[in-house]
Design a protein around this ligand. Structure first.
Ligand SMILES: Nc1ncnc2c1ncn2[C@@H]1O[C@H](COP(=O)(O)OP(=O)(O)OP(=O)(O)O)[C@@H](O)[C@H]1O
Length: 596
Protein backbone atom coordinates (compact mmCIF):
# COMPACT_ATOMS: atom_id res chain seq x y z
CA UNK A 1 0.00 0.00 0.00
CA UNK A 2 1.09 3.54 -0.61
CA UNK A 3 1.83 4.33 3.05
CA UNK A 4 4.49 1.67 3.16
CA UNK A 5 6.10 2.48 -0.15
CA UNK A 6 9.84 2.72 -0.06
CA UNK A 7 9.78 5.76 -2.38
CA UNK A 8 8.81 8.90 -0.49
CA UNK A 9 5.83 10.85 -1.76
CA UNK A 10 6.97 13.81 -3.84
CA UNK A 11 10.68 13.38 -3.15
CA UNK A 12 12.97 15.90 -4.90
CA UNK A 13 13.38 13.36 -7.71
CA UNK A 14 9.65 13.24 -8.41
CA UNK A 15 9.60 16.53 -10.31
CA UNK A 16 12.34 15.24 -12.64
CA UNK A 17 10.57 11.91 -13.10
CA UNK A 18 7.33 13.73 -13.97
CA UNK A 19 9.05 15.86 -16.56
CA UNK A 20 10.80 12.83 -18.09
CA UNK A 21 7.53 10.93 -18.12
CA UNK A 22 5.73 13.77 -19.90
CA UNK A 23 8.50 14.09 -22.47
CA UNK A 24 8.76 10.34 -22.97
CA UNK A 25 12.30 10.28 -21.58
CA UNK A 26 13.64 7.47 -19.44
CA UNK A 27 13.85 7.91 -15.66
CA UNK A 28 14.57 5.57 -12.75
CA UNK A 29 11.27 3.86 -11.90
CA UNK A 30 12.18 4.18 -8.22
CA UNK A 31 11.86 7.96 -8.41
CA UNK A 32 8.11 7.83 -8.26
CA UNK A 33 5.68 5.79 -6.21
CA UNK A 34 4.14 2.90 -8.14
CA UNK A 35 0.45 3.86 -7.74
CA UNK A 36 1.32 7.38 -8.86
CA UNK A 37 3.15 6.09 -11.93
CA UNK A 38 0.21 3.83 -12.78
CA UNK A 39 -2.08 6.85 -12.52
CA UNK A 40 0.22 8.96 -14.73
CA UNK A 41 0.03 6.20 -17.34
CA UNK A 42 -3.77 6.21 -17.15
CA UNK A 43 -3.84 10.02 -17.38
CA UNK A 44 -1.62 9.99 -20.45
CA UNK A 45 -3.75 7.31 -22.07
CA UNK A 46 -6.74 9.60 -21.61
CA UNK A 47 -4.84 12.37 -23.41
CA UNK A 48 -5.26 14.74 -20.48
CA UNK A 49 -3.41 18.05 -20.66
CA UNK A 50 -0.61 18.18 -18.07
CA UNK A 51 -0.15 21.94 -18.21
CA UNK A 52 -3.64 22.99 -17.12
CA UNK A 53 -6.78 21.74 -15.50
CA UNK A 54 -9.92 21.48 -17.58
CA UNK A 55 -12.93 20.05 -15.77
CA UNK A 56 -16.63 19.52 -16.46
CA UNK A 57 -18.99 21.56 -14.31
CA UNK A 58 -22.57 21.06 -13.18
CA UNK A 59 -24.29 24.10 -11.75
CA UNK A 60 -26.62 22.29 -9.36
CA UNK A 61 -25.02 19.20 -7.82
CA UNK A 62 -27.51 17.11 -5.87
CA UNK A 63 -26.89 18.18 -2.29
CA UNK A 64 -30.00 16.59 -0.83
CA UNK A 65 -28.90 12.96 -0.75
CA UNK A 66 -28.11 10.36 1.92
CA UNK A 67 -24.34 10.94 1.56
CA UNK A 68 -24.51 14.67 2.30
CA UNK A 69 -27.12 14.20 5.03
CA UNK A 70 -24.86 11.72 6.86
CA UNK A 71 -21.52 13.37 6.05
CA UNK A 72 -22.39 17.01 6.75
CA UNK A 73 -22.31 16.84 10.57
CA UNK A 74 -19.02 14.88 10.43
CA UNK A 75 -17.23 17.29 8.13
CA UNK A 76 -18.61 20.33 9.94
CA UNK A 77 -17.19 18.96 13.20
CA UNK A 78 -13.80 18.31 11.60
CA UNK A 79 -13.82 21.79 10.05
CA UNK A 80 -14.43 23.30 13.48
CA UNK A 81 -11.66 21.21 15.07
CA UNK A 82 -9.23 22.34 12.40
CA UNK A 83 -9.73 25.76 13.88
CA UNK A 84 -8.69 27.98 11.00
CA UNK A 85 -5.74 25.85 9.83
CA UNK A 86 -5.11 25.91 6.07
CA UNK A 87 -6.68 22.51 5.40
CA UNK A 88 -9.68 22.15 3.17
CA UNK A 89 -12.24 19.42 3.84
CA UNK A 90 -13.82 18.21 0.62
CA UNK A 91 -16.69 15.80 0.05
CA UNK A 92 -17.32 14.33 -3.40
CA UNK A 93 -19.73 11.94 -5.04
CA UNK A 94 -18.51 8.55 -6.23
CA UNK A 95 -17.65 10.03 -9.63
CA UNK A 96 -15.46 12.74 -8.09
CA UNK A 97 -18.04 15.53 -8.37
CA UNK A 98 -17.29 17.98 -5.55
CA UNK A 99 -20.32 18.48 -3.29
CA UNK A 100 -18.87 20.34 -0.33
CA UNK A 101 -15.71 22.29 0.38
CA UNK A 102 -15.01 23.73 3.81
CA UNK A 103 -11.94 25.96 4.02
CA UNK A 104 -11.20 28.43 6.75
CA UNK A 105 -8.09 29.90 5.12
CA UNK A 106 -8.82 32.59 2.51
CA UNK A 107 -5.58 32.21 0.60
CA UNK A 108 -6.00 28.45 0.23
CA UNK A 109 -9.65 28.94 -0.66
CA UNK A 110 -8.73 31.34 -3.47
CA UNK A 111 -6.15 28.94 -4.81
CA UNK A 112 -8.65 26.08 -4.79
CA UNK A 113 -11.11 28.27 -6.71
CA UNK A 114 -8.42 28.92 -9.28
CA UNK A 115 -7.84 25.18 -9.83
CA UNK A 116 -11.60 24.52 -9.76
CA UNK A 117 -11.43 22.33 -6.69
CA UNK A 118 -14.88 23.61 -5.81
CA UNK A 119 -18.48 22.37 -5.66
CA UNK A 120 -19.86 21.43 -9.08
CA UNK A 121 -16.51 20.44 -10.63
CA UNK A 122 -15.47 16.83 -11.05
CA UNK A 123 -12.06 15.79 -9.74
CA UNK A 124 -12.43 12.32 -11.19
CA UNK A 125 -9.07 11.03 -12.46
CA UNK A 126 -10.50 10.86 -15.96
CA UNK A 127 -10.74 14.67 -16.03
CA UNK A 128 -8.22 15.93 -13.48
CA UNK A 129 -5.49 13.31 -13.90
CA UNK A 130 -3.57 12.00 -10.89
CA UNK A 131 -4.99 13.61 -7.72
CA UNK A 132 -6.00 12.54 -4.22
CA UNK A 133 -9.73 12.35 -4.95
CA UNK A 134 -9.89 10.82 -8.42
CA UNK A 135 -6.99 8.43 -7.96
CA UNK A 136 -8.37 7.16 -4.63
CA UNK A 137 -11.72 6.55 -6.36
CA UNK A 138 -10.06 4.89 -9.33
CA UNK A 139 -8.03 2.55 -7.11
CA UNK A 140 -10.83 1.95 -4.61
CA UNK A 141 -8.58 2.74 -1.64
CA UNK A 142 -6.91 5.60 0.27
CA UNK A 143 -4.44 7.64 -1.73
CA UNK A 144 -2.34 10.68 -0.99
CA UNK A 145 -0.90 12.71 -3.82
CA UNK A 146 1.64 15.36 -2.98
CA UNK A 147 3.06 18.22 -5.06
CA UNK A 148 4.70 17.02 -8.26
CA UNK A 149 2.96 13.69 -8.08
CA UNK A 150 -0.11 15.48 -9.48
CA UNK A 151 -0.46 15.04 -13.21
CA UNK A 152 -1.67 18.58 -13.82
CA UNK A 153 0.95 21.24 -13.23
CA UNK A 154 -1.65 23.59 -11.69
CA UNK A 155 -1.90 21.29 -8.68
CA UNK A 156 1.78 21.06 -7.80
CA UNK A 157 1.54 23.43 -4.80
CA UNK A 158 -1.09 21.25 -3.17
CA UNK A 159 -1.17 17.99 -1.25
CA UNK A 160 -4.35 15.94 -1.07
CA UNK A 161 -5.31 12.80 0.80
CA UNK A 162 -8.44 11.11 -0.49
CA UNK A 163 -10.34 8.11 0.86
CA UNK A 164 -13.32 6.50 -0.89
CA UNK A 165 -16.43 6.21 1.27
CA UNK A 166 -17.95 2.74 1.01
CA UNK A 167 -21.59 2.22 1.81
CA UNK A 168 -21.74 0.23 5.06
CA UNK A 169 -24.39 -2.17 3.74
CA UNK A 170 -23.94 -2.52 0.00
CA UNK A 171 -20.17 -2.03 0.11
CA UNK A 172 -20.46 0.20 -2.96
CA UNK A 173 -18.40 3.37 -3.14
CA UNK A 174 -20.76 6.29 -2.60
CA UNK A 175 -18.28 9.13 -2.52
CA UNK A 176 -14.92 10.29 -1.24
CA UNK A 177 -13.55 12.50 1.49
CA UNK A 178 -10.47 14.51 0.74
CA UNK A 179 -8.23 16.76 2.79
CA UNK A 180 -6.23 19.27 0.80
CA UNK A 181 -3.56 21.63 2.06
CA UNK A 182 -0.45 23.40 0.79
CA UNK A 183 2.28 20.98 -0.26
CA UNK A 184 4.72 22.58 2.18
CA UNK A 185 2.39 21.88 5.15
CA UNK A 186 1.58 18.26 4.25
CA UNK A 187 2.55 15.28 6.37
CA UNK A 188 1.61 11.66 6.84
CA UNK A 189 -1.10 12.62 9.33
CA UNK A 190 -3.21 14.00 6.49
CA UNK A 191 -4.10 10.55 5.17
CA UNK A 192 -4.67 9.20 8.70
CA UNK A 193 -7.12 12.02 9.36
CA UNK A 194 -8.87 11.45 6.05
CA UNK A 195 -9.26 7.73 6.86
CA UNK A 196 -10.74 8.47 10.28
CA UNK A 197 -13.16 10.94 8.73
CA UNK A 198 -14.23 8.36 6.12
CA UNK A 199 -14.85 5.85 8.94
CA UNK A 200 -16.97 8.38 10.80
CA UNK A 201 -19.03 9.09 7.69
CA UNK A 202 -19.52 5.35 7.16
CA UNK A 203 -20.75 4.99 10.73
CA UNK A 204 -23.13 7.95 10.23
CA UNK A 205 -24.41 6.42 7.00
CA UNK A 206 -25.06 3.15 8.82
CA UNK A 207 -26.97 4.92 11.61
CA UNK A 208 -29.06 6.96 9.16
CA UNK A 209 -29.59 4.01 6.90
CA UNK A 210 -30.71 1.70 9.72
CA UNK A 211 -33.21 4.29 10.92
CA UNK A 212 -34.56 4.82 7.38
CA UNK A 213 -34.70 1.13 6.61
CA UNK A 214 -36.44 0.39 9.89
CA UNK A 215 -39.12 2.90 8.95
CA UNK A 216 -39.39 1.35 5.49
CA UNK A 217 -39.80 -2.16 6.88
CA UNK A 218 -42.47 -0.97 9.34
CA UNK A 219 -44.45 0.68 6.50
CA UNK A 220 -44.07 -2.50 4.46
CA UNK A 221 -45.35 -4.70 7.28
CA UNK A 222 -48.33 -2.43 7.82
CA UNK A 223 -49.20 -2.43 4.12
CA UNK A 224 -48.98 -6.25 4.11
CA UNK A 225 -51.32 -6.45 7.11
CA UNK A 226 -53.88 -4.12 5.52
CA UNK A 227 -54.55 -6.23 2.43
CA UNK A 228 -53.69 -9.37 0.52
CA UNK A 229 -52.02 -7.66 -2.45
CA UNK A 230 -48.51 -8.18 -3.56
CA UNK A 231 -46.34 -5.80 -1.55
CA UNK A 232 -42.77 -4.75 -2.27
CA UNK A 233 -40.54 -2.27 -0.46
CA UNK A 234 -37.28 -0.95 -1.77
CA UNK A 235 -34.60 1.66 -1.42
CA UNK A 236 -31.14 1.92 -2.98
CA UNK A 237 -29.91 -1.17 -1.10
CA UNK A 238 -32.85 -3.05 0.28
CA UNK A 239 -35.59 -4.97 -1.48
CA UNK A 240 -38.24 -6.94 0.39
CA UNK A 241 -41.39 -8.51 -0.95
CA UNK A 242 -44.13 -10.61 0.53
CA UNK A 243 -44.77 -14.26 -0.34
CA UNK A 244 -47.60 -13.28 -2.66
CA UNK A 245 -45.27 -11.13 -4.77
CA UNK A 246 -42.50 -13.75 -4.77
CA UNK A 247 -44.89 -16.46 -5.92
CA UNK A 248 -46.59 -14.47 -8.64
CA UNK A 249 -43.96 -12.22 -10.16
CA UNK A 250 -41.14 -13.63 -12.22
CA UNK A 251 -37.77 -11.87 -12.41
CA UNK A 252 -38.63 -9.64 -15.33
CA UNK A 253 -41.99 -8.61 -13.84
CA UNK A 254 -40.26 -7.78 -10.56
CA UNK A 255 -37.66 -5.70 -12.40
CA UNK A 256 -40.39 -3.90 -14.37
CA UNK A 257 -42.37 -3.12 -11.21
CA UNK A 258 -39.29 -1.75 -9.48
CA UNK A 259 -38.47 0.39 -12.51
CA UNK A 260 -42.03 1.77 -12.51
CA UNK A 261 -41.79 2.31 -8.74
CA UNK A 262 -38.59 4.35 -9.07
CA UNK A 263 -40.17 6.39 -11.81
CA UNK A 264 -43.31 7.01 -9.76
CA UNK A 265 -41.10 8.22 -6.91
CA UNK A 266 -39.25 10.62 -9.21
CA UNK A 267 -42.44 11.90 -10.81
CA UNK A 268 -44.40 12.03 -7.55
CA UNK A 269 -47.15 9.73 -8.90
CA UNK A 270 -49.10 7.61 -6.47
CA UNK A 271 -50.87 5.15 -8.83
CA UNK A 272 -50.25 3.65 -12.24
CA UNK A 273 -51.83 0.95 -14.42
CA UNK A 274 -49.30 -1.00 -16.47
CA UNK A 275 -48.79 -4.13 -18.49
CA UNK A 276 -45.90 -6.29 -17.26
CA UNK A 277 -43.42 -8.19 -19.48
CA UNK A 278 -45.34 -11.44 -18.74
CA UNK A 279 -48.45 -9.80 -20.26
CA UNK A 280 -50.30 -9.38 -16.93
CA UNK A 281 -51.98 -6.04 -16.34
CA UNK A 282 -51.62 -4.57 -12.88
CA UNK A 283 -52.24 -1.44 -10.88
CA UNK A 284 -49.32 -0.20 -8.81
CA UNK A 285 -49.69 2.20 -5.91
CA UNK A 286 -46.58 3.84 -4.56
CA UNK A 287 -46.11 5.28 -1.08
CA UNK A 288 -42.82 7.12 -0.52
CA UNK A 289 -41.07 6.54 2.80
CA UNK A 290 -40.82 8.92 4.55
CA UNK A 291 -43.62 10.85 2.92
CA UNK A 292 -43.19 14.45 1.85
CA UNK A 293 -39.39 14.48 1.31
CA UNK A 294 -37.19 13.48 -1.61
CA UNK A 295 -36.49 9.81 -1.06
CA UNK A 296 -35.45 6.71 -2.95
CA UNK A 297 -37.50 4.44 -0.69
CA UNK A 298 -41.08 3.35 -1.21
CA UNK A 299 -43.65 0.68 -0.51
CA UNK A 300 -45.44 -0.60 -3.62
CA UNK A 301 -48.74 -2.45 -3.65
CA UNK A 302 -49.53 -4.36 -6.79
CA UNK A 303 -53.00 -5.59 -7.61
CA UNK A 304 -54.00 -7.60 -10.68
CA UNK A 305 -56.23 -5.99 -13.30
CA UNK A 306 -56.43 -8.91 -15.71
CA UNK A 307 -60.11 -9.97 -15.54
CA UNK A 308 -60.67 -13.24 -13.74
CA UNK A 309 -57.14 -13.53 -12.42
CA UNK A 310 -56.83 -13.82 -8.69
CA UNK A 311 -53.12 -14.04 -9.08
CA UNK A 312 -51.26 -13.09 -12.21
CA UNK A 313 -48.84 -15.83 -13.05
CA UNK A 314 -49.14 -19.34 -11.82
CA UNK A 315 -45.68 -20.45 -10.97
CA UNK A 316 -44.17 -23.48 -9.34
CA UNK A 317 -42.42 -23.11 -6.03
CA UNK A 318 -39.23 -21.54 -7.30
CA UNK A 319 -36.33 -21.27 -4.88
CA UNK A 320 -35.73 -17.64 -3.94
CA UNK A 321 -32.93 -16.02 -5.93
CA UNK A 322 -29.53 -16.57 -4.37
CA UNK A 323 -27.94 -13.61 -2.71
CA UNK A 324 -25.95 -11.57 -5.20
CA UNK A 325 -22.44 -10.34 -4.67
CA UNK A 326 -22.42 -6.63 -3.83
CA UNK A 327 -22.68 -4.47 -6.92
CA UNK A 328 -23.00 -7.46 -9.24
CA UNK A 329 -26.18 -7.11 -11.23
CA UNK A 330 -27.89 -10.10 -12.85
CA UNK A 331 -29.87 -13.10 -11.74
CA UNK A 332 -29.56 -15.45 -14.70
CA UNK A 333 -28.37 -18.99 -14.05
CA UNK A 334 -24.90 -18.77 -15.69
CA UNK A 335 -24.13 -15.46 -13.99
CA UNK A 336 -25.27 -16.57 -10.53
CA UNK A 337 -23.32 -19.84 -10.87
CA UNK A 338 -20.23 -17.81 -11.66
CA UNK A 339 -20.80 -15.44 -8.70
CA UNK A 340 -21.25 -18.46 -6.44
CA UNK A 341 -18.02 -20.12 -7.63
CA UNK A 342 -15.97 -16.99 -7.06
CA UNK A 343 -17.58 -16.40 -3.69
CA UNK A 344 -16.97 -20.01 -2.59
CA UNK A 345 -13.35 -19.83 -3.70
CA UNK A 346 -12.86 -16.62 -1.71
CA UNK A 347 -14.40 -18.15 1.40
CA UNK A 348 -12.19 -21.23 1.06
CA UNK A 349 -9.12 -19.04 0.55
CA UNK A 350 -8.60 -20.79 -2.78
CA UNK A 351 -6.65 -18.80 -5.37
CA UNK A 352 -8.41 -18.70 -8.70
CA UNK A 353 -8.08 -17.86 -12.35
CA UNK A 354 -10.96 -15.87 -13.77
CA UNK A 355 -11.00 -16.41 -17.46
CA UNK A 356 -13.28 -14.93 -20.10
CA UNK A 357 -13.69 -12.50 -22.97
CA UNK A 358 -12.80 -8.84 -22.49
CA UNK A 359 -15.18 -6.81 -20.36
CA UNK A 360 -17.18 -9.72 -18.94
CA UNK A 361 -16.67 -8.53 -15.35
CA UNK A 362 -13.74 -10.64 -14.11
CA UNK A 363 -12.10 -7.98 -11.98
CA UNK A 364 -15.51 -6.74 -10.83
CA UNK A 365 -16.37 -10.27 -9.63
CA UNK A 366 -13.14 -10.62 -7.69
CA UNK A 367 -13.73 -7.23 -6.07
CA UNK A 368 -17.32 -8.16 -5.21
CA UNK A 369 -16.31 -11.47 -3.58
CA UNK A 370 -13.74 -9.58 -1.54
CA UNK A 371 -16.27 -6.95 -0.51
CA UNK A 372 -18.75 -9.63 0.44
CA UNK A 373 -16.35 -11.53 2.65
CA UNK A 374 -13.80 -9.03 3.86
CA UNK A 375 -15.21 -5.51 3.41
CA UNK A 376 -12.69 -3.93 5.75
CA UNK A 377 -9.60 -5.49 4.13
CA UNK A 378 -7.62 -3.87 1.33
CA UNK A 379 -7.77 -5.26 -2.20
CA UNK A 380 -5.30 -4.17 -4.82
CA UNK A 381 -5.26 -4.68 -8.55
CA UNK A 382 -2.03 -4.95 -10.55
CA UNK A 383 -2.46 -4.83 -14.29
CA UNK A 384 0.08 -6.81 -16.30
CA UNK A 385 -0.95 -4.79 -19.36
CA UNK A 386 0.59 -1.65 -17.84
CA UNK A 387 4.35 -1.74 -18.52
CA UNK A 388 6.49 -1.59 -15.37
CA UNK A 389 10.15 -2.32 -14.74
CA UNK A 390 9.63 -5.50 -12.72
CA UNK A 391 6.11 -6.86 -12.43
CA UNK A 392 7.01 -9.78 -10.13
CA UNK A 393 8.78 -7.39 -7.75
CA UNK A 394 5.63 -5.25 -7.64
CA UNK A 395 3.57 -8.33 -6.79
CA UNK A 396 6.05 -9.32 -4.10
CA UNK A 397 6.01 -5.83 -2.64
CA UNK A 398 2.22 -5.75 -2.66
CA UNK A 399 1.95 -9.08 -0.87
CA UNK A 400 4.62 -8.11 1.64
CA UNK A 401 2.12 -5.59 2.92
CA UNK A 402 0.08 -7.42 5.55
CA UNK A 403 -2.83 -5.03 5.13
CA UNK A 404 -3.34 -6.27 1.56
CA UNK A 405 -5.87 -9.03 2.01
CA UNK A 406 -6.59 -9.66 -1.64
CA UNK A 407 -4.73 -9.09 -4.87
CA UNK A 408 -6.07 -9.24 -8.40
CA UNK A 409 -3.46 -9.74 -11.11
CA UNK A 410 -5.24 -8.50 -14.20
CA UNK A 411 -4.45 -9.50 -17.80
CA UNK A 412 -2.13 -12.36 -16.80
CA UNK A 413 -2.12 -13.37 -20.48
CA UNK A 414 0.15 -10.40 -21.15
CA UNK A 415 3.00 -11.82 -19.07
CA UNK A 416 5.96 -13.19 -21.01
CA UNK A 417 7.34 -16.62 -20.08
CA UNK A 418 10.24 -15.16 -18.09
CA UNK A 419 7.90 -12.85 -16.19
CA UNK A 420 5.63 -15.80 -15.41
CA UNK A 421 8.56 -17.68 -13.88
CA UNK A 422 9.43 -14.73 -11.68
CA UNK A 423 5.80 -14.29 -10.73
CA UNK A 424 5.57 -17.91 -9.63
CA UNK A 425 8.59 -17.37 -7.35
CA UNK A 426 7.03 -14.23 -5.89
CA UNK A 427 3.69 -15.95 -5.25
CA UNK A 428 5.24 -19.03 -3.63
CA UNK A 429 7.38 -16.94 -1.31
CA UNK A 430 4.40 -14.72 -0.36
CA UNK A 431 2.32 -17.79 0.41
CA UNK A 432 5.08 -19.22 2.54
CA UNK A 433 5.69 -16.01 4.44
CA UNK A 434 2.05 -15.22 5.14
CA UNK A 435 1.03 -18.69 6.23
CA UNK A 436 -0.89 -17.46 9.23
CA UNK A 437 -2.74 -14.74 7.30
CA UNK A 438 -2.71 -15.78 3.65
CA UNK A 439 -3.91 -13.19 1.14
CA UNK A 440 -6.38 -14.18 -1.57
CA UNK A 441 -5.07 -13.91 -5.10
CA UNK A 442 -7.07 -13.98 -8.32
CA UNK A 443 -5.58 -13.93 -11.81
CA UNK A 444 -7.71 -12.63 -14.62
CA UNK A 445 -7.09 -13.88 -18.11
CA UNK A 446 -8.75 -12.11 -21.01
CA UNK A 447 -9.35 -14.64 -23.71
CA UNK A 448 -9.91 -13.97 -27.36
CA UNK A 449 -12.28 -16.51 -28.89
CA UNK A 450 -11.11 -20.06 -28.36
CA UNK A 451 -7.50 -19.19 -27.59
CA UNK A 452 -6.59 -19.91 -23.95
CA UNK A 453 -3.14 -18.60 -22.96
CA UNK A 454 -0.69 -21.05 -21.48
CA UNK A 455 -0.15 -20.24 -17.82
CA UNK A 456 2.12 -23.26 -17.41
CA UNK A 457 3.60 -23.62 -13.95
CA UNK A 458 1.26 -21.02 -12.47
CA UNK A 459 -1.67 -23.39 -12.53
CA UNK A 460 -0.71 -25.52 -9.48
CA UNK A 461 -1.02 -22.35 -7.42
CA UNK A 462 -4.44 -21.67 -8.90
CA UNK A 463 -6.31 -24.96 -8.81
CA UNK A 464 -9.65 -23.46 -9.83
CA UNK A 465 -10.50 -21.69 -13.07
CA UNK A 466 -13.86 -19.97 -13.27
CA UNK A 467 -14.99 -19.08 -16.76
CA UNK A 468 -16.95 -15.85 -16.75
CA UNK A 469 -19.67 -16.09 -19.40
CA UNK A 470 -19.87 -13.56 -22.22
CA UNK A 471 -22.83 -11.21 -21.88
CA UNK A 472 -24.64 -12.82 -24.84
CA UNK A 473 -24.80 -16.05 -22.78
CA UNK A 474 -26.69 -14.31 -19.98
CA UNK A 475 -28.39 -11.68 -22.11
CA UNK A 476 -31.45 -11.69 -19.86
CA UNK A 477 -29.37 -9.81 -17.29
CA UNK A 478 -29.24 -6.87 -19.72
CA UNK A 479 -32.75 -6.03 -18.47
CA UNK A 480 -31.24 -5.29 -15.07
CA UNK A 481 -27.85 -4.01 -16.20
CA UNK A 482 -29.35 -1.24 -18.35
CA UNK A 483 -31.37 0.44 -15.57
CA UNK A 484 -28.49 -0.14 -13.15
CA UNK A 485 -25.92 1.56 -15.38
CA UNK A 486 -28.38 4.32 -16.33
CA UNK A 487 -29.07 5.08 -12.70
CA UNK A 488 -25.31 5.35 -12.11
CA UNK A 489 -24.63 7.41 -15.20
CA UNK A 490 -27.61 9.75 -15.14
CA UNK A 491 -28.36 9.79 -11.42
CA UNK A 492 -31.62 7.97 -12.01
CA UNK A 493 -32.99 10.57 -14.36
CA UNK A 494 -32.92 8.52 -17.53
CA UNK A 495 -34.60 5.25 -18.38
CA UNK A 496 -34.81 3.03 -21.42
CA UNK A 497 -38.02 2.61 -23.41
CA UNK A 498 -39.18 -1.00 -23.94
CA UNK A 499 -38.46 -0.72 -27.72
CA UNK A 500 -34.91 0.49 -27.17
CA UNK A 501 -34.32 -2.17 -24.52
CA UNK A 502 -35.57 -4.84 -26.90
CA UNK A 503 -33.01 -3.72 -29.45
CA UNK A 504 -30.24 -3.59 -26.84
CA UNK A 505 -31.14 -7.16 -25.91
CA UNK A 506 -30.80 -8.24 -29.52
CA UNK A 507 -27.21 -7.07 -29.92
CA UNK A 508 -24.45 -9.65 -29.53
CA UNK A 509 -22.26 -7.37 -27.34
CA UNK A 510 -18.89 -8.84 -28.31
CA UNK A 511 -17.25 -6.32 -25.95
CA UNK A 512 -19.58 -7.63 -23.22
CA UNK A 513 -20.75 -5.69 -20.16
CA UNK A 514 -17.94 -3.15 -20.51
CA UNK A 515 -19.18 -2.36 -24.03
CA UNK A 516 -22.78 -2.05 -22.85
CA UNK A 517 -21.57 0.40 -20.21
CA UNK A 518 -19.59 2.38 -22.80
CA UNK A 519 -22.54 2.66 -25.18
CA UNK A 520 -24.90 3.83 -22.42
CA UNK A 521 -22.33 6.32 -21.18
CA UNK A 522 -22.00 7.71 -24.69
CA UNK A 523 -25.77 8.11 -24.95
CA UNK A 524 -25.95 9.84 -21.58
CA UNK A 525 -23.06 12.16 -22.38
CA UNK A 526 -24.03 13.04 -25.91
CA UNK A 527 -27.75 12.79 -26.21
CA UNK A 528 -29.92 12.96 -23.16
CA UNK A 529 -29.56 13.42 -19.45
CA UNK A 530 -33.17 13.03 -18.45
CA UNK A 531 -36.27 11.34 -19.79
CA UNK A 532 -36.52 8.19 -21.83
CA UNK A 533 -34.03 6.65 -24.25
CA UNK A 534 -35.93 5.80 -27.41
CA UNK A 535 -34.83 3.72 -30.40
CA UNK A 536 -33.53 6.79 -32.21
CA UNK A 537 -31.08 7.49 -29.36
CA UNK A 538 -29.24 4.22 -29.90
CA UNK A 539 -26.12 4.14 -32.08
CA UNK A 540 -26.99 3.51 -35.72
CA UNK A 541 -25.48 0.01 -35.77
CA UNK A 542 -27.64 -1.03 -32.82
CA UNK A 543 -30.76 0.32 -34.50
CA UNK A 544 -29.95 -1.59 -37.67
CA UNK A 545 -29.99 -5.06 -36.08
CA UNK A 546 -32.88 -7.18 -37.23
CA UNK A 547 -35.57 -7.18 -34.55
CA UNK A 548 -36.71 -10.77 -34.78
CA UNK A 549 -35.72 -13.27 -32.08
CA UNK A 550 -32.98 -15.79 -32.82
CA UNK A 551 -33.58 -19.52 -32.96
CA UNK A 552 -31.20 -21.68 -30.94
CA UNK A 553 -29.37 -22.68 -34.08
CA UNK A 554 -28.94 -19.05 -35.09
CA UNK A 555 -27.62 -18.21 -31.62
CA UNK A 556 -25.02 -20.97 -32.00
CA UNK A 557 -24.04 -19.66 -35.40
CA UNK A 558 -23.72 -16.13 -34.03
CA UNK A 559 -21.44 -17.44 -31.30
CA UNK A 560 -19.24 -19.31 -33.77
CA UNK A 561 -18.86 -16.13 -35.83
CA UNK A 562 -17.91 -14.05 -32.81
CA UNK A 563 -15.36 -16.62 -31.66
CA UNK A 564 -13.86 -16.81 -35.11
CA UNK A 565 -13.64 -13.02 -35.33
CA UNK A 566 -11.93 -12.90 -31.94
CA UNK A 567 -9.54 -15.69 -32.94
CA UNK A 568 -8.66 -13.75 -36.08
CA UNK A 569 -8.25 -10.31 -34.51
CA UNK A 570 -11.47 -9.06 -36.05
CA UNK A 571 -10.36 -9.88 -39.60
CA UNK A 572 -13.60 -10.78 -41.37
CA UNK A 573 -11.97 -12.45 -44.34
CA UNK A 574 -9.91 -14.79 -42.11
CA UNK A 575 -12.90 -15.41 -39.82
CA UNK A 576 -15.04 -16.39 -42.83
CA UNK A 577 -12.31 -18.67 -44.18
CA UNK A 578 -11.97 -20.43 -40.80
CA UNK A 579 -15.72 -21.04 -40.74
CA UNK A 580 -15.92 -22.13 -44.38
CA UNK A 581 -18.23 -19.20 -45.17
CA UNK A 582 -18.06 -16.79 -48.05
CA UNK A 583 -17.12 -13.20 -47.25
CA UNK A 584 -20.48 -11.92 -48.43
CA UNK A 585 -22.27 -14.31 -46.07
CA UNK A 586 -20.21 -13.36 -43.04
CA UNK A 587 -20.79 -9.65 -43.75
CA UNK A 588 -24.54 -10.21 -43.95
CA UNK A 589 -24.62 -12.32 -40.80
CA UNK A 590 -22.48 -9.88 -38.82
CA UNK A 591 -25.05 -7.24 -39.66
CA UNK A 592 -28.09 -9.46 -38.98
CA UNK A 593 -26.80 -10.78 -35.68
CA UNK A 594 -25.84 -7.38 -34.36
CA UNK A 595 -22.13 -8.18 -34.08
CA UNK A 596 -20.29 -4.89 -33.85
N1 LIG B 1 -22.83 -8.09 -13.43
C1 LIG B 1 -22.36 -6.86 -13.37
N2 LIG B 1 -22.96 -5.94 -12.64
C2 LIG B 1 -22.51 -4.67 -12.60
N3 LIG B 1 -21.43 -4.24 -13.28
C3 LIG B 1 -20.78 -5.13 -14.02
C4 LIG B 1 -21.19 -6.48 -14.10
N4 LIG B 1 -20.34 -7.13 -14.91
C5 LIG B 1 -19.45 -6.23 -15.33
N5 LIG B 1 -19.70 -5.03 -14.78
C6 LIG B 1 -18.98 -3.78 -15.05
O1 LIG B 1 -18.47 -3.89 -16.37
C7 LIG B 1 -17.20 -3.26 -16.48
C8 LIG B 1 -16.17 -4.24 -16.97
O2 LIG B 1 -15.87 -5.17 -15.94
P1 LIG B 1 -14.38 -5.64 -15.61
O3 LIG B 1 -13.43 -4.51 -15.73
O4 LIG B 1 -14.45 -6.38 -14.31
O5 LIG B 1 -14.16 -6.63 -16.81
P2 LIG B 1 -12.98 -7.65 -17.08
O6 LIG B 1 -13.60 -8.89 -17.51
O7 LIG B 1 -12.07 -7.70 -15.89
O8 LIG B 1 -12.28 -6.88 -18.30
P3 LIG B 1 -10.90 -7.17 -19.07
O9 LIG B 1 -10.96 -8.54 -19.63
O10 LIG B 1 -10.91 -6.13 -20.14
O11 LIG B 1 -9.80 -6.99 -18.06
C9 LIG B 1 -16.90 -2.72 -15.09
O12 LIG B 1 -17.31 -1.38 -15.06
C10 LIG B 1 -17.76 -3.58 -14.18
O13 LIG B 1 -18.05 -2.93 -12.99
Amino acid sequence: MEELETVTADSPRTAGARLSFLTYDAFPVGDVRRPVLASWVRSRRRNLPADRIDLPYVSDPDLDQPLTRSADPVIMRLHEHLDGQPISVILTERDGLVLRRLTADTQLSRHLDRVHLAPGFSYSEQFAGTNGIGTALERGGPMHVFGHEHYAEDLEDLACAGVPIKHPISGKTVGAIDLTCWRKDAGSLLIALAKTTADQIRAALLRDCSARQQELVEEYLQAGRRNADMVLAFDGDLLVMNANARRNLDNSDQAAILAHGSEMLTEGRSALAVELPSGSRVRITCRPVPEGVRTNAAVLQVSPRTPGLGVMVVSTNRPPPRPELPGMVGRSGPWLACCRDVDNAYRAGQWIVLSGEAGTGKVALARAAHLQNNPAGALDVLDAAVPVADFAADVEEELADDSVQALVIRHAEKLAAAQLDELIGALYSARERRRSDPPWVALTVTTAGTTEPDLGELLPLFPLTVTVPPLRHHADDIRELVPYFLSQLSRGELRCSPEALHQVLRSAWPGNTAELHRVLKHIVQHRRRTGVIVLGDLPADLQAISRRNLSQLEALERDAIIRSLLDNNGNRREAARALGMSRATIYRKIHDYGIR
